[in-house]
Design a protein around this ligand. Structure first.
Ligand code: G1P
Length: 295
Protein backbone atom coordinates (compact mmCIF):
# COMPACT_ATOMS: atom_id res chain seq x y z
CA UNK A 1 0.00 0.00 0.00
CA UNK A 2 1.23 3.46 -0.92
CA UNK A 3 1.50 6.40 1.49
CA UNK A 4 -0.76 9.00 -0.10
CA UNK A 5 -1.74 11.30 2.74
CA UNK A 6 0.25 13.43 5.16
CA UNK A 7 -0.89 15.19 8.31
CA UNK A 8 0.60 18.54 9.26
CA UNK A 9 -0.24 19.50 12.86
CA UNK A 10 -0.06 23.30 12.71
CA UNK A 11 -2.28 24.42 15.57
CA UNK A 12 0.57 25.17 18.01
CA UNK A 13 0.78 28.61 19.57
CA UNK A 14 4.47 29.27 18.98
CA UNK A 15 5.04 30.83 22.40
CA UNK A 16 8.79 30.34 22.05
CA UNK A 17 8.83 33.01 19.37
CA UNK A 18 6.73 35.65 21.06
CA UNK A 19 6.26 38.49 20.33
CA UNK A 20 6.96 37.57 16.66
CA UNK A 21 4.13 35.04 16.78
CA UNK A 22 1.60 37.27 18.51
CA UNK A 23 -0.34 37.94 15.33
CA UNK A 24 1.35 35.53 12.95
CA UNK A 25 1.54 31.72 12.96
CA UNK A 26 4.99 30.39 13.85
CA UNK A 27 4.90 28.28 10.68
CA UNK A 28 5.01 31.53 8.69
CA UNK A 29 8.37 32.62 10.12
CA UNK A 30 10.73 32.90 7.15
CA UNK A 31 13.65 30.65 6.39
CA UNK A 32 15.57 32.91 4.02
CA UNK A 33 12.54 33.89 1.90
CA UNK A 34 10.07 31.03 2.33
CA UNK A 35 7.92 30.35 5.38
CA UNK A 36 9.02 27.35 7.43
CA UNK A 37 5.86 25.42 6.55
CA UNK A 38 6.62 25.58 2.84
CA UNK A 39 9.75 23.45 3.26
CA UNK A 40 7.73 20.61 4.77
CA UNK A 41 4.95 20.93 2.18
CA UNK A 42 7.52 20.82 -0.64
CA UNK A 43 9.17 17.80 0.99
CA UNK A 44 5.84 15.97 1.14
CA UNK A 45 4.90 16.76 -2.46
CA UNK A 46 8.38 15.85 -3.72
CA UNK A 47 8.00 12.53 -1.91
CA UNK A 48 4.80 11.74 -3.80
CA UNK A 49 2.20 12.72 -1.19
CA UNK A 50 -1.15 13.41 -2.89
CA UNK A 51 -3.18 14.85 -0.05
CA UNK A 52 -2.03 17.20 2.68
CA UNK A 53 -4.11 17.60 5.80
CA UNK A 54 -3.48 20.71 7.85
CA UNK A 55 -4.73 20.43 11.41
CA UNK A 56 -5.01 24.12 12.20
CA UNK A 57 -6.41 26.26 14.96
CA UNK A 58 -7.38 29.81 15.74
CA UNK A 59 -5.24 32.53 14.14
CA UNK A 60 -3.83 30.33 11.40
CA UNK A 61 -5.60 31.79 8.37
CA UNK A 62 -2.29 33.12 7.00
CA UNK A 63 -1.38 29.50 6.26
CA UNK A 64 -4.48 29.02 4.14
CA UNK A 65 -3.85 32.27 2.30
CA UNK A 66 -0.22 31.36 1.67
CA UNK A 67 -1.16 28.17 -0.16
CA UNK A 68 -3.94 29.85 -2.14
CA UNK A 69 -3.82 31.95 -5.32
CA UNK A 70 -3.53 35.70 -4.86
CA UNK A 71 -4.99 37.20 -8.02
CA UNK A 72 -4.33 40.76 -6.94
CA UNK A 73 -0.63 40.08 -6.32
CA UNK A 74 -0.27 38.01 -9.48
CA UNK A 75 -1.91 40.71 -11.62
CA UNK A 76 0.30 43.36 -10.12
CA UNK A 77 3.45 41.31 -10.78
CA UNK A 78 2.27 40.59 -14.33
CA UNK A 79 1.63 44.27 -15.06
CA UNK A 80 5.09 45.14 -13.77
CA UNK A 81 6.70 42.33 -15.81
CA UNK A 82 8.14 40.70 -12.69
CA UNK A 83 8.06 37.32 -14.39
CA UNK A 84 10.38 35.45 -12.05
CA UNK A 85 8.51 36.59 -8.95
CA UNK A 86 5.23 35.73 -10.63
CA UNK A 87 6.50 32.21 -11.26
CA UNK A 88 7.72 31.86 -7.67
CA UNK A 89 4.43 33.08 -6.21
CA UNK A 90 2.36 30.81 -8.44
CA UNK A 91 4.54 27.77 -7.70
CA UNK A 92 3.70 27.92 -3.98
CA UNK A 93 0.13 26.82 -4.65
CA UNK A 94 -0.46 23.07 -5.00
CA UNK A 95 -3.15 21.79 -7.37
CA UNK A 96 -6.63 22.62 -6.07
CA UNK A 97 -7.85 20.03 -3.63
CA UNK A 98 -4.40 18.86 -2.55
CA UNK A 99 -4.64 20.57 0.83
CA UNK A 100 -7.57 20.03 3.15
CA UNK A 101 -8.05 21.77 6.47
CA UNK A 102 -9.47 20.60 9.72
CA UNK A 103 -9.31 22.17 13.15
CA UNK A 104 -8.03 21.09 16.51
CA UNK A 105 -10.41 23.03 18.70
CA UNK A 106 -8.63 22.30 21.98
CA UNK A 107 -4.87 22.33 22.63
CA UNK A 108 -4.72 18.75 23.91
CA UNK A 109 -1.38 17.75 22.40
CA UNK A 110 0.26 16.34 19.28
CA UNK A 111 -1.47 12.97 19.57
CA UNK A 112 -4.84 14.69 19.71
CA UNK A 113 -3.95 16.87 16.70
CA UNK A 114 -3.17 13.75 14.64
CA UNK A 115 -6.39 12.11 15.83
CA UNK A 116 -8.33 15.13 14.50
CA UNK A 117 -7.39 13.93 10.97
CA UNK A 118 -8.72 10.38 11.43
CA UNK A 119 -11.80 10.70 9.21
CA UNK A 120 -9.82 12.31 6.41
CA UNK A 121 -7.13 9.61 6.56
CA UNK A 122 -9.51 6.65 6.82
CA UNK A 123 -8.08 3.14 6.86
CA UNK A 124 -4.64 3.54 5.30
CA UNK A 125 -1.09 4.19 6.48
CA UNK A 126 -0.15 7.86 6.43
CA UNK A 127 2.67 10.30 7.13
CA UNK A 128 2.98 13.03 9.77
CA UNK A 129 5.32 15.97 9.30
CA UNK A 130 6.17 18.42 12.05
CA UNK A 131 7.12 21.57 10.19
CA UNK A 132 9.43 22.79 12.99
CA UNK A 133 11.91 20.13 11.98
CA UNK A 134 13.40 21.36 8.72
CA UNK A 135 15.78 18.92 7.08
CA UNK A 136 18.37 19.73 4.46
CA UNK A 137 18.99 16.62 2.37
CA UNK A 138 19.65 15.40 -1.15
CA UNK A 139 16.65 13.04 -1.10
CA UNK A 140 13.57 14.34 0.79
CA UNK A 141 13.48 12.62 4.18
CA UNK A 142 9.88 11.54 3.75
CA UNK A 143 10.81 9.88 0.43
CA UNK A 144 13.64 8.05 2.23
CA UNK A 145 11.12 6.83 4.80
CA UNK A 146 8.55 5.83 2.18
CA UNK A 147 11.21 3.64 0.55
CA UNK A 148 11.75 1.95 3.91
CA UNK A 149 8.01 1.55 4.33
CA UNK A 150 7.78 -0.32 1.01
CA UNK A 151 10.18 -2.86 2.49
CA UNK A 152 9.08 -2.97 6.14
CA UNK A 153 5.30 -2.45 5.83
CA UNK A 154 5.20 -1.07 9.39
CA UNK A 155 5.20 2.22 11.30
CA UNK A 156 8.46 4.15 11.06
CA UNK A 157 9.73 7.19 12.94
CA UNK A 158 12.71 9.32 11.95
CA UNK A 159 15.38 9.22 14.64
CA UNK A 160 18.64 11.01 15.32
CA UNK A 161 21.28 10.84 18.02
CA UNK A 162 21.08 13.87 20.31
CA UNK A 163 23.18 15.15 23.16
CA UNK A 164 22.22 12.96 26.17
CA UNK A 165 21.59 16.16 28.15
CA UNK A 166 18.79 17.05 25.70
CA UNK A 167 16.61 13.94 25.98
CA UNK A 168 13.93 15.88 27.87
CA UNK A 169 13.22 17.86 24.68
CA UNK A 170 12.28 14.82 22.59
CA UNK A 171 10.49 11.53 22.33
CA UNK A 172 13.22 8.94 22.94
CA UNK A 173 13.27 5.40 21.56
CA UNK A 174 14.63 2.20 23.04
CA UNK A 175 16.25 0.32 20.12
CA UNK A 176 16.73 -3.43 19.81
CA UNK A 177 20.29 -4.51 19.06
CA UNK A 178 23.15 -2.58 17.50
CA UNK A 179 22.61 0.84 16.04
CA UNK A 180 21.94 0.62 12.32
CA UNK A 181 20.18 2.88 9.82
CA UNK A 182 16.98 0.97 10.54
CA UNK A 183 16.40 -0.25 14.08
CA UNK A 184 13.54 -2.14 15.57
CA UNK A 185 12.04 -0.29 18.53
CA UNK A 186 10.98 -1.95 21.75
CA UNK A 187 9.91 1.13 23.68
CA UNK A 188 9.32 4.87 23.39
CA UNK A 189 9.11 7.54 26.04
CA UNK A 190 8.15 11.19 25.69
CA UNK A 191 10.63 13.75 27.00
CA UNK A 192 12.42 11.66 29.65
CA UNK A 193 15.05 13.11 31.97
CA UNK A 194 18.57 12.15 30.99
CA UNK A 195 18.78 9.58 33.80
CA UNK A 196 15.50 7.91 32.74
CA UNK A 197 16.15 7.90 28.98
CA UNK A 198 16.58 4.46 27.40
CA UNK A 199 19.00 5.91 24.79
CA UNK A 200 19.92 9.20 23.17
CA UNK A 201 18.00 8.39 19.98
CA UNK A 202 15.41 11.12 19.56
CA UNK A 203 12.27 11.10 17.46
CA UNK A 204 12.44 13.78 14.77
CA UNK A 205 9.23 15.18 13.30
CA UNK A 206 8.63 12.66 10.50
CA UNK A 207 6.40 9.64 11.05
CA UNK A 208 4.76 6.94 8.98
CA UNK A 209 1.92 5.44 10.99
CA UNK A 210 -0.62 2.68 10.48
CA UNK A 211 -4.29 3.69 10.96
CA UNK A 212 -4.50 1.52 14.07
CA UNK A 213 -2.90 4.44 15.92
CA UNK A 214 -6.26 6.26 15.76
CA UNK A 215 -7.97 3.70 18.00
CA UNK A 216 -5.30 4.26 20.63
CA UNK A 217 -5.28 8.05 20.27
CA UNK A 218 -9.07 8.03 20.54
CA UNK A 219 -8.79 6.77 24.10
CA UNK A 220 -7.38 10.18 25.00
CA UNK A 221 -4.68 8.93 27.37
CA UNK A 222 -2.90 11.91 28.87
CA UNK A 223 0.89 11.72 29.23
CA UNK A 224 3.94 13.99 29.48
CA UNK A 225 3.14 17.69 29.83
CA UNK A 226 -0.47 16.73 30.56
CA UNK A 227 -1.05 16.21 26.83
CA UNK A 228 -2.19 13.37 24.58
CA UNK A 229 1.13 12.23 23.13
CA UNK A 230 1.64 10.32 19.89
CA UNK A 231 4.76 8.82 21.49
CA UNK A 232 2.61 7.18 24.18
CA UNK A 233 0.16 5.91 21.57
CA UNK A 234 3.05 4.37 19.63
CA UNK A 235 4.30 2.61 22.73
CA UNK A 236 0.85 1.00 23.07
CA UNK A 237 0.79 0.22 19.32
CA UNK A 238 4.05 -1.70 19.86
CA UNK A 239 2.14 -4.37 21.75
CA UNK A 240 0.32 -5.22 18.50
CA UNK A 241 2.58 -4.13 15.65
CA UNK A 242 6.30 -3.56 15.07
CA UNK A 243 7.68 -0.02 14.86
CA UNK A 244 11.01 0.91 13.33
CA UNK A 245 13.33 3.87 13.82
CA UNK A 246 15.05 5.22 10.73
CA UNK A 247 18.26 7.23 10.78
CA UNK A 248 17.76 9.46 7.75
CA UNK A 249 20.35 11.09 5.56
CA UNK A 250 20.23 14.87 6.08
CA UNK A 251 20.91 17.76 8.42
CA UNK A 252 18.03 18.58 10.74
CA UNK A 253 17.31 22.03 12.18
CA UNK A 254 14.89 22.60 15.05
CA UNK A 255 13.15 25.73 13.80
CA UNK A 256 10.86 25.73 16.82
CA UNK A 257 13.87 26.91 18.75
CA UNK A 258 15.43 30.36 18.33
CA UNK A 259 19.02 29.15 17.97
CA UNK A 260 17.96 26.29 15.67
CA UNK A 261 16.01 28.69 13.49
CA UNK A 262 18.98 31.05 13.20
CA UNK A 263 21.23 28.14 12.26
CA UNK A 264 18.77 27.01 9.61
CA UNK A 265 18.65 30.52 8.18
CA UNK A 266 22.41 30.57 7.93
CA UNK A 267 22.69 27.10 6.43
CA UNK A 268 19.99 27.72 3.82
CA UNK A 269 21.29 31.23 3.03
CA UNK A 270 24.79 29.91 2.43
CA UNK A 271 23.35 27.59 -0.22
CA UNK A 272 22.17 30.63 -2.17
CA UNK A 273 24.93 31.98 -4.41
CA UNK A 274 23.44 35.50 -4.27
CA UNK A 275 23.66 35.57 -0.45
CA UNK A 276 26.72 33.45 0.18
CA UNK A 277 29.13 36.07 -1.16
CA UNK A 278 27.88 38.70 1.27
CA UNK A 279 27.40 36.45 4.26
CA UNK A 280 30.70 34.59 4.37
CA UNK A 281 32.93 37.67 4.88
CA UNK A 282 30.47 38.90 7.54
CA UNK A 283 30.65 35.57 9.35
CA UNK A 284 34.41 35.52 9.20
CA UNK A 285 34.60 39.05 10.56
CA UNK A 286 32.10 38.25 13.33
CA UNK A 287 34.02 35.15 14.35
CA UNK A 288 37.25 37.10 14.42
CA UNK A 289 35.81 39.85 16.56
CA UNK A 290 34.46 37.20 18.94
CA UNK A 291 37.93 35.66 19.21
CA UNK A 292 36.91 32.45 17.44
CA UNK A 293 39.14 32.92 14.41
CA UNK A 294 42.61 34.43 14.18
CA UNK A 295 43.92 36.57 11.36
C1 G1P B 1 7.26 16.52 19.36
C2 G1P B 1 7.11 15.07 19.83
C3 G1P B 1 8.46 14.52 20.26
C4 G1P B 1 9.48 14.68 19.13
C5 G1P B 1 9.54 16.15 18.66
C6 G1P B 1 10.39 16.27 17.42
O1 G1P B 1 7.60 17.32 20.47
O2 G1P B 1 6.19 15.01 20.88
O3 G1P B 1 8.34 13.16 20.59
O4 G1P B 1 10.76 14.26 19.56
O5 G1P B 1 8.23 16.64 18.35
O6 G1P B 1 10.51 17.58 17.01
P1 G1P B 1 7.46 18.93 20.47
O7 G1P B 1 8.71 19.42 19.79
O8 G1P B 1 6.23 19.24 19.72
O9 G1P B 1 7.42 19.31 21.91
Amino acid sequence: MKIRKAVFPVAGLGTRFLPATKAMPKEMLPLVDKPIIQYAVEEALASGIEEIIFVTGKGKSALEDHFDRSYQLENMLRERHKDLLLKIVASVVPTTGTIVYTRQNEPLGLGHAIWCARNIIGDEPFAVLLADDVIQSDVPVLAQMMDQFDRLRASIVAIEEVNPADTSRYGIVDPVGALDDVVRIRGLVEKPKQEDAPSNLAIIGRYILTPRIFDILGKGIVGAGNEIQVTDAMSILLEKQPIFGFRFEGKRFDCGDKAGWQMANLAFSLERPELRGELLPFLEQTMMSNGMLRN
